[in-house]
Design a protein. Sequence first.
Length: 144
Amino acid sequence: MSTVLIDADGCPVVDLTIRICRSRQIPVLILCDTAHQIQREGAQTLVFDKGADSVDFALVNRVHPGDIVVTQDYGLASMCLARQARVLNQNGLEYTSDNIDFLLVRRHENKKLLRSGKHPKGPAKRTREQDNAFAQTLGKMLTT
């Protein structure tokens, strides 16, 4: 049986993921660092030392082919895809071998802008439509 692993640092869909998985009896594993400890009924939580990418590497070391990973981190998504996991973000976008390279390049370009002093506008407030898109994509992933 597949497991759903959540990169919980800054993840707005932890509760929604657990609700969807609980109804299908799918195990959920929340991974976070000591600065973002997230405990939820219906999921197992693993807490790691705060540090650059500590949670990311812990998650990659635990993911198996066919598992589903929820993350907004393109780098982590890329590593999980290499381990044959299915990966989606909090807005319902499934990361695939067809789109991950473009997303990584875009992340690199955004970091160059930040280093040059240009600060892009932050994300808009989360919407119900984003939650619905996430729920729909996760539901499809759990049935295929």
